[in-house]
Design a protein around this ligand. Structure first.
Ligand SMILES: *[C@@H]1O[C@H](CO)[C@@H](O)[C@H](O)[C@H]1NC(C)=O
Ligand SMILES: *[C@@H]1O[C@H](CO)[C@@H](O)[C@H](O)[C@H]1NC(C)=O
Ligand SMILES: *[C@@H]1O[C@H](CO)[C@@H](O)[C@H](O)[C@H]1NC(C)=O
Ligand SMILES: *[C@@H]1O[C@H](CO)[C@@H](O)[C@H](O)[C@H]1NC(C)=O
Ligand SMILES: *[C@@H]1O[C@H](CO)[C@@H](O)[C@H](O)[C@H]1NC(C)=O
Length: 907
């Protein structure tokens, strides 16, 4: 009555790979040929989901969507600057490894350490991280075999995660860990240990947004995933995203000793349930054939000297009669008389040290008096990993990373100080157990350095020895060096000029500093001294078409401190856009708002670690200008289909706009982002299109000066609690006169790839028709549920894809698959597709005006068939013309209901 859970780690992997064969993960193949810039928008989408999915070693320069999960995989070039790309041998692309990510690898013949750096991580948040390795004879050496395994080390940050051990070229090895981010970036590093060239196939990071999930994970304890089973599964599908919000992989598992059972009703998670096992996983379970014991055995070889195991068992009863069970680990009773809930998920979480036993057992037994045998729906097994090393002080890392970028030091990889054996060449650190390592010495002697003495040195606040001798450094000696705790400073053999700052000379005079310098010639009047280092102040170049920095009128002004309070210290990020980050906030009167922080002046003194503005992009005049353009425009235009500006904040270091809060996020979130599980019906999609079209029509026609939005896209269409749409983000808008010109010329193409009017792109002539084009793309996204730019078959743009599909004559092919099974009238789809196609005509003059678009879409909305489909009619009192139309439609509907038994409605 024993079942070996997994005999060895290897077998887990084989199981995974074999089951993967049946999982229906389909790669989307296509021809390269998309422009590099187009992939930016896809990356943004990916980020918003809290997922980072990296196809390592791909030669493609564009992201693509995995069609089974809808997750976007990005090329790895933005995360790493070392290594070489290879395709694996065709012989190893076996059907069941039809995961495109695994067809190529990035290999690291040079350097002992090579790292992926993934920024934008929620510090203190938990992440599920998976790494994949499929050798596939990519280098033609057929090297790993059981006699000569290929081995190298894998690090998360400064801690060893795993020694990768490959013994077969066919093997897909993958590792999984749940870990807490102790920094706002992850570096995932591969160390060459002299046993073959390290390589990697794919990396996946999944943010676990509920802080109470996997409570065993702490800054020092991570959980290494050993198995996650969907017990009693009736199909061979691996369950992952979107069923599982965290994209955990639930592997189906059955055994001859078990009776699989299933529920007919859905299993629910209580609101406070943080584990969120998907209902589809919980709906199947097993009971023992002998009606008494579910027994698991696993090999102690698994313990790998770390015998602390964490086991999560998930239960839900399908039978309203209560059963009760006891849980034993190595014959020791751990839980007694546990009663699974009927149709609700409940859990047992056990942590135990298995010590030196040779075999481990987990027995779930029928408790005395239980009328039914024990049950188990799903099981997760983890091993604790202790991550005791700390990453280097953040300021030191920043300074060193700046220097690395400045001097193109590719050999500097991972953390500057830790682990000690992998510290950067020329860097010495103090490493104490309890506080982060500090950079105390930097020797860049004879490195051929040019330019001025880098300001990045100012960030090395613990540095004692600095040797910059024998380089070609020029310019003056900055006085900030006197603020550092330097005991030795060597500048000899450079072309420095100017005088030595007094503060340094004083330190030397007091014997605090050993200052070695040879500088020629000792000329030039001494430059400004005793000045702290500061970023160059912003020099604005006023331009003719520029909007001024006048304060917006008719809205409230806030101080930065007030914003801190309103946003609870910038605790909740709603999104990130081209100009900065948007935070959730709450005004004193309880009104919810969205606070958009633009940018940041680097020289500001106030930079606490929780201050989100330290992450913001450089404060720059361009962003500033566009930001105020938006603010001013927003105060001038008021329409119920445009997001309302409530206030602003502007001081010397901060710029912020406060808007009404749109609780349902963006249309993009709903179509393909984190809200994609909320299905928007066909009718609702047309309503949203009409809302957005009306907002745009108002911008074009309703203001005294027509306004071109310039950045119409699904992430700029926001949804209220009842899914009413409003247009947002006027950052790129420019007001212009129609009297003299029908267009304005701009010398910079702004906007988002995928939505850009090709005519504007070629001619730099901006008209309202550019917005019409972008709106057409939005319509296509509403129809298909796909992003504007993504690799779809042979094309990169949604328009080409739709055209290809339509050429086959069947309009249902282009409709969002999630709408299948719902009533969607083909005539209606044709009509909306037709509007979208005309909006996206290559020549602007062939496109309809927004007024025409509004009229045509509204007509669709009030078409008898659509009205008939509508379950509840909503009459908008704010718009009387709408209301009267609705009344008319009601009439049509009544007639329609009366005649519906006759058959098809004529168009
Ligand atoms: C590597 O894997 C092989 C085959 O599974 C095994 O025999 C060997 O002990 C492993 N080596 C290490 C260092 O884990
Ligand atoms: C287990 O219970 C089922 C249903 O009560 C019964 O049909 C079956 O014979 C039992 N099996 C054993 C081994 O007792
Ligand atoms: C810096 O490195 C050079 C050799 O690269 C060495 O000669 C010099 O002594 C080092 N400086 C210090 C302060 O250790
Ligand atoms: C340093 O500058 C001198 C004079 O400008 C030049 O001749 C020399 O080639 C430079 N050396 C390096 C390593 O750049
Ligand atoms: C400074 O660097 C020069 C050239 O590398 C060397 O000769 C000198 O000894 C160094 N001085 C100190 C104090 O290390």
């Amino acid at each position: 009555m024993a079942m070996y859970l997994y005999c060895s780690e290897t077998q887990v992997l084989i199981n995974f790979a074999l089951i993967g064969l049946l999982a229906g993960a389909i790669a989307v193949y296509g021809q390269p040929g998309c422009r590099e810039d187009e992939f930016l928008c896809v990356h943004e989408y990916d980020f918003r989901l809290g997922f980072v999915s990296i196809d390592c070693g791909t030669s493609a320069d564009i992201s693509y969507t995995d069609s089974s999960t809808g997750i976007v995989y990005t090329p790895d070039s933005q995360y790493i600057d070392t290594g070489k790309n290879f395709n694996i041998s065709k012989n190893y692309i076996i059907n069941y490894w039809y995961l495109k990510q695994l067809e190529d690898v990035r290999s690291f013949p040079d350097g002992s350490l090579n790292c992926y750096t993934i920024n934008g991580i929620h510090q203190g948040g938990k992440y599920l991280i998976r790494s994949y390795f499929l050798y596939g004879n990519y280098d033609g050496r057929l090297s790993p075999s059981s006699s000569t395994p290929l081995q190298f080390n894998l690090y998360i940050g400064v801690n060893l995660w795993k020694t990768v051990n490959l013994t077969d070229p066919y093997f897909l090895q993958f590792y999984e860990i749940i870990t807490m981010a102790t920094t706002d970036y992850f570096s995932i590093c591969l160390e060459n240990t002299g046993k073959g060239t390290p390589f990697i196939s794919s990396l996946e990071l999944r943010f676990i947004d509920d802080p109470n999930s996997y409570a065993d994970v702490t800054p020092t304890i991570s959980l290494e995933g050993l198995g996650r089973a969907d017990l009693g599964a009736t199909t061979s599908d691996i369950i992952r995203y979107p069923n599982d919000t965290y994209d955990r992989t639930w592997i189906p598992w059955n055994d001859a000793l078990w009776t699989p059972i299933g529920a007919t009703k859905d299993i629910q998670n209580r609101p406070e349930d943080t584990v969120r096992v998907p209902s589809i996983v919980m709906k199947t379970a097993i009971t023992p054939k002998d009606n008494t014991t579910l027994a698991y055995r696993w090999d102690a070889a698994w313990r790998d000297n770390r015998p602390m195991f964490h086991i999560y068992m998930h239960f839900a009863d399908f039978d309203s009669v209560k059963r009760s069970l006891d849980v034993f680990v190595n014959d020791e009773l751990k839980v007694s008389n546990f009663k699974p809930d009927y149709l609700w998920t409940s859990h047992i979480n056990l942590t135990f040290d298995l010590g030196t036993a040779t075999e481990y057992t987990l027995d779930i037994k029928r408790a005395a008096g239980s009328t039914l045998p024990p049950i188990l729906n799903a099981l997760e097994i983890y091993r604790a990993m202790y991550f005791s090393y700390l990453a280097t002080d953040r300021g030191d890392v920043d300074g060193m990373v700046d220097l690395k970028g400045l001097y193109h030091k590719k050999l500097w990889q991972g953390d500057p100080c830790a682990p000690e054996k992998l510290a950067w060449k020329g860097v010495n650190c103090t490493i104490s157990g309890s506080s982060p390592p500090r950079v105390t010495s930097l020797n860049l002697s004879s490195h051929g350095l040019t330019g001025g003495i880098p300001t990045a040195l100012a960030k090395l606040k613990a540095i004692k020895y600095l040797d910059l001798s024998n380089n070609n450094l020029s310019g003056s000696i900055p006085s900030f060096l006197a603020d550092l705790p330097l005991a030795m400073l060597n500048f000899s053999g450079n072309q420095l000029s100017g005088s030595i700052p007094d503060a340094l000379l004083q330190k030397q005079a007091r014997g605090l500093l050993d200052l070695e310098y040879v500088f020629l010639p000792p000329i030039q009047p001494s430059y400004a001294q005793h000045e702290p280092p500061s970023a160059p102040s912003i020099q604005r170049q006023p331009r003719e078409d520029e909007v001024t920095f006048d304060k917006p009128l008719g809205v409230d002004e806030f101080t930065y401190l007030e914003l801190k309070t309103i946003t609870k210290n910038f605790g909740r990020v709603l999104g990130r856009g081209g100009f900065g980050t948007v935070y959730h906030g709450c005004l004193k009167d309880g009104m919810e708002v969205a606070v958009k922080i633009c940018s940041y002046n680097k020289s500001a003194q106030e930079t606490s670690s929780t201050d989100p503005t330290t992450e913001e992009s450089d404060y720059n005049a361009k962003g500033d200008r566009e930001f105020w353009a938006e603010a001013l425009l927003l105060t001038r235009v008021h329409h119920r289909k445009l997001v309302t500006l409530i206030g602003f904040c502007k001081d010397s270091n901060h710029l912020a706009l406060i808007y009404e809060y749109m609780s349902q996020g963006s249309l993009r979130d709903h179509l393909m982002g984190m809200k994609r599980k909320i299905l928007i019906s066909w009718r609702k999609r047309i309503e949203i299109a009409v809302d957005a079209a009306q907002g745009l029509e108002y911008l074009h026609k309703g203001c005294s000066l027509p306004i071109v939005h310039r950045d119409v896209k699904t992430s700029n269409i926001l949804l209220s609690s009842n899914l009413e749409a409003k247009l947002a983000d006027f950052g790129l808008s420019k007001a212009f006169h129609t009297d003299a010109d029908t267009h304005i010329s701009t010398n910079v193409i702004a906007g988002t790839p995928g939505y850009l009017d090709p005519e504007y792109h070629n001619t730099f002539q901006l008209t309202e028709k550019s917005d019409v084009y972008s709106f057409g793309v939005v319509l296509l996204e509403l129809i298909t549920g796909l992003p504007a730019v993504v690799k779809l078959g042979e094309t990169c743009h949604i328009l080409q894809w739709v055209q290809q599909k339509l050429s086959k004559g069947d309009v249902t092919e282009v409709v969002d698959a999630r709408l299948h099974g719902q009533h969607v009238d083909a005539d209606s789809v044709w009509k909306v597709v037709d509007v979208a196609k005309r909006c996206t005509m290559p020549v602007g003059s062939q496109r309809p005006s927004m007024s025409e678009v509004v009229a045509e879409l509204k007509e669709r909305l009030h078409h008898p068939l659509e009205v008939y489909q509508q379950s509840s009619l909503k009459v908008s009192s704010a718009d009387t013309s709408d209301a009267s139309l609705q009344g008319e439609s009601l009439e049509i509907m009544r007639r329609e209901v009366a005649t519906s038994s006759i058959g098809r409605v004529p168009r």
